[in-house]
Design a binder for this molecule. Structure first.
Ligand code: DC
Length: 235
């Protein structure tokens, strides 16, 4: 029988460009919890296969040595590959790899191991539905396409990776990834029934963080009083 015990996890799911990782990082810092960027793990696999450093045969691939440094930057075999995994050419192909059953199985197991060892904030697509369905707190972030594309383009420009990219090309990639991520058979991008939805189109990062923290605090307070928390929290 499945356990009703809730895990000390804050699951932040949603499509790209909705502010998940920035929000998750700030919430984790505020609470002193560990932050895990699960998208970076899928990007790492995509990067390694595309660069010929990893082979997938019959859906199987060898174990990867993946870790995060103190700044949440990904280390693969001890080398910082944060910049490489964020390249638009990796964004263009990552959904293909994240739909592969063996890759999902391996990375999901690693995410569960990390998240069950310490209080953890994880952001991704399937955290509240598959990785930690018993998470104490679940959020699903959304935003309109124009806002998401503008945010993503600015991010690429700031990282010096926007060569040849336009609002249109970025929006096209977002739409294609949403389609692939939400239509795949395994662990599709979908809001967990018990996740609080936050439309971030007109919110600042501080407001997003505030909403998550207020809701987390409210659930914690209600648990200690043994009452039901309100599902929406005003800012
Ligand atoms: O969050 P991101 O854009 O860095 O994620 C990269 C890709 O990885 C995204 O297109 C979907 C996939 N992903 C996933 O399938 N499951 C997760 N938990 C996280 C990311």
């Amino acid at each position: 029988m499945a356990s009703d015990k809730k895990t000390d996890v804050i699951a932040i799911d949603g499509p790209s460009g909705t502010g998940k990782s920035t929000t998750a990082k700030m919430v984790a810092k505020e609470l002193g919890w560990t932050y895990l960027d699960t998208g970076a793990m899928y990007r790492a696999v995509a990067y390694l296969v595309e660069s010929g450093e990893l082979r997938i045969e019959n859906g199987e691939y060898s174990q990867l040595n993946m870790a995060f440094d103190n700044n949440n930057q990904i280390l693969i075999n001890g080398v910082n590959r944060e910049s490489e995994i964020r390249e638009p050419k990796i964004s263009a192909v990552v959904s293909k790899y994240s739909a592969m059953p063996n890759i999902r199985e391996t990375l999901t197991a690693q995410q569960r191991e990390i998240g069950s060892k310490q209080p953890c904030v994880l952001d991704g697509r399937d955290i509240g539905t598959v990785v930690f369905p018993n998470a104490k707190h679940k959020f699903f972030l959304t935003a309109d396409y124009k806002t998401r594309a503008a945010r993503r383009l600015l991010e690429l420009q700031n990282a010096g990776k926007a060569d040849g990219e336009t609002l249109e090309s970025v929006e096209k990639n977002l739409r294609e990834r949403d389609e692939a991520d939400s239509k795949r058979n395994i662990a599709p991008l979908i809001r967990a029934k018990d996740a609080i939805e936050i439309d971030t189109s007109h919110l600042t990062i501080q407001q997003q963080v505030q909403r998550v923290l207020q809701s987390v605090g409210e659930v914690a307070r209600c648990n200690s009083l043994n009452t039901t928390p309100r599902l929406q929290c005003p800012i």
